[in-house]
Design a binder for this molecule. Structure first.
Ligand SMILES: [Fe+2]
Length: 235
């Protein structure tokens, strides 16, 4: 009895071989930025995220140059795997920020609505490779196989067996040195850090535009190159 599956979500990951060499310097840079950022605005049960505390430009900070280069390389590989012609597009890191998760902190579910591609890099993870420090959870909002809406919900719990055809989330164990690349529109969150240690990660938001040249004027669904924009009030 064959059952075909179609339209997969593509999540890319790579364990970076040089991670341990950069670990300590990245930890120190993140903690210094956290200290210098705004007064904490996060709820106590939520991880500290740089984008809410004035620390969202680590892509321009030389202390993060190694990881930024890795993000660029692997994002290109991800998009090549998706079949894109990278000669016709430009890629930009729009913003990038650290996340520091302490004991019993999590990151609520969200999408990165201003970007196209997002990446996360795990600098430091207590009990790396287990679920103790909090998993990255991707949520399926499309539910293609949920033949009657709400079948697996708390109110209509008639799923006899959860399997790959009805799963509504995919979990990635936090793993030190791992880079994950995914579509920004995919809703996700991070589960609780049950350890006493700090889980430190870096988030990147990437935007894709038409490359200058012929493609910039002929593709309806690509943002034109920012170099061709006009800011109000400027001539
Ligand atoms: Fe996120």
């Amino acid at each position: 009895m064959p059952v075909d599956t179609w339209f997969p979500l593509a999540i890319y990951y790579e364990d970076l071989p040089d991670a341990s060499q950069h670990r300590q310097a990245l930890i120190e840079a993140v903690l210094a930025l956290e200290k210098a950022g705004y007064e904490p605005r996060n709820f106590p049960e939520m991880a500290w995220t740089g984008d809410l505390h004035g620390v969202a430009q680590i892509h321009l900070d030389p202390r993060f140059a190694w990881v930024v280069a890795q993000v660029e390389t692997h994002t290109r590989q991800y998009l090549e795997a998706l079949g894109l012609d990278l000669d016709q597009v430009d890629l930009y890191i729009q913003r990038a920020w650290p996340v520091v998760s302490r004991h019993q902190q999590e990151v609520g579910s969200h999408c990165h609505n201003t970007a196209h591609i997002s990446a996360v890099y795990y600098v430091a993870v207590p009990e790396s490779g287990s679920d103790e420090a909090g998993c990255l959870a991707f949520f399926d909002d499309v539910r293609q196989n949920e033949v009657s809406p709400g079948l697996g919900s708390e109110n209509t719990d008639i799923i006899a067996q959860w399997n790959y055809l009805n799963q509504d989330q995919a979990l990635y164990l936090p793993t030190e040195g791992r880079l994950i690349v995914f579509p920004s529109k995919q809703r996700h969150g991070v589960t609780l850090n049950h350890t006493e240690g700090l889980r430190i990660s870096l988030s990147f938001d990437i935007v894709l535009t038409a490359a200058p040249g012929q493609s910039a004027g002929s593709y309806e669904f690509l943002t034109p190159p920012p170099s061709q924009w006009k800011r109000f009030g400027e001539s």
